[in-house]
Design a protein around this ligand. Structure first.
Ligand code: AMP
Length: 514
């Protein structure tokens, strides 16, 4: 297979590199190496050297490379090197502890595990126990044993020509119920999604992306990085989101991709003004629901309508609000070109417009199945190749998709299906409420009962459990009225900004006992 015909994602990137290899790819904007930058020639040569180093450590085409390191430019080059050699990139959330890491190492059986230099001793012992043949380290100062190995290695590497169905990555789902599963993603999956988004979101030469997301997840690793690479563009790289730093850097950027908490934090920053972002081309949000209030407040403050999109580990991006056209608050827009989306009941019967049901999808973005779990893959697939996403939602008369929540968050109270989002929408609209999370808790009479956890505005002592319950009673059927309400300073969220309802259910599970 020649490179021209190769389905290797890196070959696609290469075909879009800027004509001038001295063009900037990435500049570090914080940390010990703040100000250091890399051009496209650097990226190609460093990723080549990482590929040689991994070959020396025994990594071959099709082998998994597990990686748990802090965000850095070299971390991205390692991802690209893995693509170039036809190995399978397996990033791990930096928050995972040893017990969790050992599950991934045993399940995925990588040939190489790359960890943080400071974790080396403990992780080496763990890797031996899990039968992982090689361990190397990579730090945030371009340091660590893997980086050291690359120093004398060749700057050229012949990227392996691959079929587009070959695996590029395995990303483990966040696993809020049961053990997490490894979603197998092919080069073709990533290429189709990146090409679609690059076009749909109107990337133009000269776009500069402010990158403040983690790179162990689809959003920061694939959506942000792959579209930038297809654009031959430049990223301003922050190790994490920091509102002060983002406000300082926005004048140099044209696109920001974020999770909803980025936007709520920016809105509470005094320096975040209309003038600051007048030049911006696009603000994109995803990975968790963006409150309609946040969308509206952001528009009022800046004149920019945040473009909300929806995706998941198993499929990359699935829907997006339009670049040109109405970006409707509280919706995730239309299915991407080439992606089919339908709403069905539990048995798979199709449901009509505005009817809530399970979201099922199919398209070139859809993953190849769960690693080592063919029975789980089969369970989530319809006979005609549609994937049951586990999300519940509807499509309105204009074709906009609305997400109502995860199927597993559905509350069944006295035999009635209760969609938390319906109640959350009522709660969030109450004066004095910032945001709410509705959960179902075991109840001796009803099976499950509805309860709410609420973040209220500071100083609103008038907002009480009784006042909330009284308000909802006037708006919704009795079985949807929360039986208990708790107030918190902030809702618990994971690193992608998702409210952790499983944690809330666990915390309050005994509330209706006896
Ligand atoms: P993950 O696989 O960790 O990326 O999580 C994917 C899940 O996040 C989806 O299945 C949805 O439940 C949720 N999600 C992603 N984007 C959105 C969005 N814009 N609005 C609501 N939920 C979202």
């Amino acid at each position: 297979m020649s490179a021209g015909k190769s389905g290797n994602l890196y070959h696609l990137f290469e075909s879009r590199f800027p004509a001038d290899p001295a063009a900037r790819f990435l500049t570090l904007m914080d940390g010990p190496r703040q100000g250091v930058w890399y051009n496209y020639a650097d990226m190609a040569s460093i990723s080549a050297r990482f590929a040689h180093a991994m070959m020396a450590l025994g990594v071959k085409r099709g082998d998994r490379v597990a990686v748990q390191v802090e965000k850095s430019a070299e971390n991205l080059f390692l991802y690209l090197a893995t693509l170039r050699m036809g190995a399978v990139y397996l990033p791990l959330n930096t928050a995972y502890q040893k017990g969790e890491v050992s599950y991934f190492l045993e399940d995925a059986a990588p040939t190489l595990f790359v960890c943080r230099p400071e974790d080396e001793a403990g992780m080496k012992a763990l890797a031996v126990q899990c039968g992982v043949p090689a361990v190397a380290t990579l730090g945030i100062a371009a340091d660590g044993s893997l980086a050291d190995m690359t120093i004398d290695l060749p700057h050229d590497f012949e990227t392996v020509a691959l079929g587009e169905d070959e695996l590029a990555a395995i990303l483990y789902t966040s696993g809020t119920t049961g053990r997490s599963k490894g979603a197998m993603t092919s080069h073709g999956n990533l290429a189709s999604n990146a090409l679609t988004l690059h076009q749909l979101w109107g990337f133009v030469p000269g776009d500069v992306l402010l990158h403040a997301l983690p790179i162990f997840h689809v959003h920061g690793l694939f959506v942000a990085t792959n579209t930038t690479l297809l654009n031959g563009g430049h990223m301003l790289f922050l190790s994490k989101f920091d509102a002060d730093r983002v406000v300082e850097l926005l004048p140099q950027a044209s696109v920001l991709m974020g999770v909803p908490t980025f936007y709520t934090r920016l809105l509470s920053h005094p320096g975040f003004t209309r003038d600051l972002v007048a030049h911006m081309r696009l603000f994109i949000s995803g990975s968790a629901p963006l409150l309609a209030d946040t969308h509206t407040e952001f528009f009022a403050r800046t004149g920019h309508a945040i473009l909300e999109r929806y995706g998941m580990t198993e499929a990359g991006m699935i829907t997006s609000n339009p670049l040109n056209g109405d970006r409707v608050p509280g919706t995730v827009g239309f299915p991407l070109p080439g992606v089919s989306l339908r709403i069905a009941d539990e048995k798979g019967a199709l449901l009509g417009t505005d009817t809530i049901g399970q979201i099922e999808i199919k398209g070139p973005n859809l993953f190849k199945g769960y690693w080592n779990k063919p029975e789980k893959t089969a369970e989530d697939m319809r006979a005609d190749g549609f994937f049951i996403t586990g999300d519940v939602g509807k499509v309105d008369a204009r074709g906009y998709v609305h997400i109502v929540g995860r199927a597993k968050d559905l509350v069944i109270c006295g035999g009635f299906n209760v969609y938390p989002k319906e109640i959350e929408t009522v709660l969030d609209a109450i004066d004095g409420v910032v945001e709410s999370a509705v959960i179902g808790l075991p109840h001796p009479d009803f099976g499950e009962a509805v309860a709410a956890v609420i973040q209220k505005k500071p100083g609103r002592d008038d907002v009480t459990e009784a006042s909330i319950i009284a308000h909802v009673k006037g708006e919704l059927a009795n079985f949807k009225v929360p039986k208990r309400v708790w107030f918190v300073d902030e809702l618990p969220r994971n690193q992608m900004g998702k409210v952790q309802k499983a944690a809330l259910r666990e915390q309050h599970k005994g509330a209706f006992a006896g």
